[in-house]
Each structure stands twice: as C-alpha cells, then as structure tokens.
Design a protein around this ligand. Structure first.
Ligand SMILES: NC(=O)c1ccc[n+]([C@@H]2O[C@H](COP(=O)([O-])OP(=O)(O)OC[C@H]3O[C@@H](n4cnc5c(N)ncnc54)[C@H](OP(=O)(O)O)[C@@H]3O)[C@@H](O)[C@H]2O)c1
Length: 309
C-alpha cells in the first residue's frame, strides 16, 4: 500500500516552501479523532500560517506542517476520552494538525456528525467560514429588521454572514467588487460596490442608517464602515487585528469553537438557509493551486480540496 499523502510547508515563507509529501497516518491523542479525509476547506489563515503568523496551540507543531484547519471525512479511530464518535461515522470539524491530507486529526470538542443531506464538500467549509460568520452575528446580537453592513460580502466568511443574517431576519447591505453584484444580491443583500466613497453609496441604499457592521476586509474599508455606525459597539471584524478595531470602538469576532455551533450552522445548511457556495474544488495533488486561488484575496464563495474523489 502506498504511503498517505499530505500537502505541507517545510519552513515559514512563500509558496516555494510548499510540498506534497508522504506522511505517516497520525495516531489520535486524547480528545482527538482520526478521519480519512474526504474534503478540506481552504482559508486565508492557511497561507498566513505558512508566512509565519502563529496562533496559540500551533506552537508545539514541528515542520513539515500540514496546511489547513478544517476537514470532513469518515472516522477511522477515536482517541482516549472521546465519546459519541465511532469508526465509520461521517463527521466534520476543526483539525489539530492540518487538513490538506488523506488522514487528519480532528479536535473532538469541535467536531460534529455530518447530516446525511450535507455533502462532505459543503461540510468541510463550515468550521471556519460559517462558524465565524455565526459567532460574529451572535456577538452583534442585532434585533430582527436591523440593517447590517457586511464588507467582503462575496468571500467565504462574508457570503455566510449575509445568508445567516437573512435567516436571523436582518436587512443586509453587502459590499463587494462590481463583478460579485449578482452573487451578493442572490444571497439576499443589497449590493454596494467596493472602492472609494463607500460611505456615500451605502447611505444612498440604507436610508434608515446602518445598525451593525461585520467587516472582513480591514484597513480603510473598516474605518469608513465604522463611521456609518451610531453605536460603535455594533462593529465586529474577523479581518483586522484587535488593536485596530478596538481603536474604532469595535471588537474582533470572538470564536466559540464548539460542536454546538457546528451543529447550528449544519442545521442552517440542511434547511437551505445557508449554501456554502463551493465555487471550486481541487484534488489534493493540486492543493497549491487551491491555496493560490485563496491567497489572491478575491475568492468567490468557498474553495475546497477533495481527497480520493
Ligand atoms: N478570526 C477568525 O477566526 C477568522 C476566521 C475566518 C476568516 N478570518 C479572516 O477574515 C478575512 C476574510 O476571510 P474569508 O475567508 O472570507 O476570505 P476570502 O474568501 O478571501 O474573502 C475576502 C473578500 O474580501 C474582499 N476584498 C479583498 N480586498 C478588498 C478590498 N481592498 N476592498 C474591499 N473588499 C476586498 C474580496 O472581495 P472582492 O473580490 O469583491 O474584492 C473577497 O471576497 C481574512 O482576513 C481571514 O483571515 C478570520
């Protein structure tokens, strides 16, 4: 039998550090679940980690590091102390040591059973983009009928924010490039083109004002969006550092990272309220191309890697 494959970075740096290598099947430690991966989500954090951006919990990892932080697949083995999951179960969740691989480890506390009606491809996108969208909307806690402004509304997180906000009964103004107008409108938002003089264009379509902002872009877009708000506590971002958003009176999205949130977003997907809009799927052998597409910064919906398809 051939060795399982994984897509890794061998040191911090650019795309030249990436390689598809043979890697032993990992063994699940306490609280971990080993899965045969069917699909892995691709997110901006993946290339940011390769560049050397670190998040707590990753520090004990050694090179080569497998890319990715979410996957869906079939349980092979559950580690010590894991209950509720058995070999053969179809699951999705947050990986502990990467997801762009034939085998991956999931954190049992951030893993859920995949509903039969949901594809592996769609399920693999929920732990990062959809769960971040859900967490930020819960944090904003806007009343039904309030008007929410979403920047980066055509991307992975933004398209989930628009749809979940609509499911929560909010009115949504979605900022995206002109080419994404029809897509953003199809999600249920009023589209506003990105670019200079954003605030004016937003005011023209939101005559009653903006009650909340969910930012995914940062920089001048975040600053301009913040200025549209009366109550700055109704500003959250996932695309900007805490210092930057705190200086504007807002907050970074606080991630819940629970199985309950995964179940909530999967339920929205099964009910048809949330379509992850996987616009491109690449085989593991082309993981680099999948990552380049996300690193470009102008993704439409979600991109996934499919394994063994
Ligand atoms: N804290 C967390 O837990 C967490 C979780 C998920 C994501 N994030 C972060 O959130 C951000 C968004 O993630 P994502 O997965 O949604 O990324 P994505 O799929 O790449 O989408 C980003 C969107 O931003 C838009 N954009 C890029 N540059 C822009 C500009 N200058 N002005 C206006 N819009 C611009 C792009 O749309 P156009 O093509 O229309 O410009 C794109 O659709 C990233 O920074 C990511 O790292 C954080």
């Amino acid at each position: 039998m051939s060795m399982p494959k994984a897509y890794v970075y061998t040191r911090h740096g650019g795309p030249e550090t990436e390689a598809l290598i043979d890697l032993d099947r990992p063994s699940p430690g306490p609280g971990e679940i080993l899965i045969a991966v069917r699909a892995a989500g691709v997110n901006p954090v993946d290339w940011k980690m390769r560049q050397g951006f670190r998040s707590p919990g990753e520090d004990e990892r050694v090179f080569p590091m497998v890319f990715g932080s979410e996957a869906a697949g079939v349980v092979e083995e559950a580690g010590a102390g894991v209950s509720g999951f058995a070999a053969g179960d179809e699951v999705f969740g947050s990986t502990t040591r990467g997801g762009y691989a034939e085998y991956a480890l999931l954190a049992a506390g951030v893993t859920a059973h995949k509903p039969a009606a949901l594809s592996f491809r769609d399920a693999a996108t929920l732990p990062v983009a959809a769960a971040t969208a859900y967490d930020g909307l819960r944090q904003l806690d806007l009343p039904a009928d309030a008007t929410l402004l979403v920047t980066g509304a055509g991307g992975g997180v933004g398209s989930a924010v628009v749809q979940i906000a609509r499911a929560f009964g909010l009115r949504v103004v979605g900022v995206a490039s002109a080419g994404k107008k029809d897509f953003v409108a199809s999600l249920g938002a009023v589209h506003v083109s990105s670019g200079p003089e954003l605030a004016e264009r937003v005011r023209a379509v939101a005559r009653d004002g903006i009650d909340g902002v969910y930012d995914l872009v940062g920089g001048p877009v975040l600053t301009e969006a913040a200025e549209l708000l009366k109550d700055r506590s109704k500003l959250v971002t996932a695309g900007s550092p805490q210092e930057t958003v705190a200086a504007l009176g807002g907050d970074r999205v606080q991630r819940a990272r629970t199985a309950a949130v995964l179940e909530a977003v999967a339920d929205l997907a099964v009910r048809g309220a949330l379509n992850p809009h996987v616009t491109r799927a690449f085989p593991l052998q082309e993981a680099g191309a999948a990552l380049r597409a996300v690193e470009d910064g102008h993704t439409l919906g979600k991109i996934v890697i499919e394994v063994g398809a």
